[in-house]
Design a protein around this ligand. Structure first.
Ligand SMILES: [Zn+2]
Length: 270
């Protein structure tokens, strides 16, 4: 995906980005001493967790009308419940996919900041945008499950960015968070550089729900959380594992979706 950490500056101003509860007076003092900064650049913004007008305009926000299944925006309203060509040609194992942003350079910088630059302060704000883009999903699902990393990768990276997003999505929506419901049983190659079929083979059977944790998902509507939806191969493999464990339905919530050339061609007629 071409994500590099070298364009993410070190951000020592953790206090300015602290997202925990701050009493009114303390907040006023903090905002005077260390004014809130844009999540993407150093511009001052009115409230913590915001992006400046310039950065906001560089993010590609997804809004209605969009495909009810794949969440992809339609350029004109095709009418209620009309599905995208992609949803018809390749029906996914999940019920619905939602994401607040299309993956462009600005979205990539947020994702890379969280994933590679330890900008954990970004997660609560990214999760808020995600939850706001998927109210119908968060109203129907009861438990939030992140796409897990393999143990060895978790050790190398120290935290799972999807689990951070899932934790905050659960917090802002009041849903239960089950971070250990899914397990990555097979270490897979990085999906970067693989074609669509190779991606699918690479992650086949990579996930499972351990038998002692099946009660976390059995008979329940699960909200699966990941950072970026690319070909969907990883997410689909995780969805199948949740369904094998008895989940009654699975919705998927990501921060951004890659608009590949193939997808652009699919939607160019809409
Ligand atoms: Zn900015």
């Amino acid at each position: 995906m071409g994500i590099f950490s070298d364009d993410i500056p070190d951000r020592p101003d953790t206090l300015a980005r602290w997202s925990g509860p701050v009493p009114g007076l303390l907040r006023a003092i903090r905002d005077t001493v260390i004014p809130p900064l844009c999540l993407l650049c150093d511009a001052r913004v009115g409230d913590p967790g915001g992006v400046c007008a310039s950065c906001w305009s560089r993010l590609h926000h997804v809004s209605e009308p969009r495909c009810p299944v794949m969440g992809t925006p339609f350029s004109i309203d095709p009418g209620a419940e009309l599905l995208s060509a992609e949803a018809i040609a390749d029906p996914p194992p999940f019920r619905r996919l939602r994401f607040p942003l299309l993956y462009n350079d600005a979205a990539r910088r947020l994702v890379a900041g969280l994933k590679y630059a330890d900008r954990l302060d970004l997660a609560p704000w990214m999760a808020r945008w995600m939850a706001a883009s998927a109210t119908e999903l968060t109203q129907q699902c009861s438990v939030v499950v992140p796409v897990p990393l393999h143990r060895s990768r978790l050790v190398a990276r120290r935290f799972n960015q999807s689990a951070e997003l899932a934790r905050h999505v659960a917090r802002v929506t009041g849903l239960e968070h089950a971070p250990s419901a899914l397990e990555r049983v097979r270490k897979t190659r990085q999906q970067v550089g693989l074609g669509r079929d190779a991606r699918s083979r690479n992650v086949q059977g990579a996930f499972r729900v351990p038998s002692e944790r099946r009660m976390l998902v059995k008979g329940r509507q699960v909200l699966l959380v990941d950072d970026v939806y690319t070909s969907g191969a990883t997410v689909k493999s995780a969805v199948r594992a949740l369904k094998r464990a008895g989940a009654s339905d699975v919705d998927v919530l990501c921060f951004a979706r890659v608009e590949t050339g193939e997808l652009k061609a699919l939607y160019s007629g809409n």
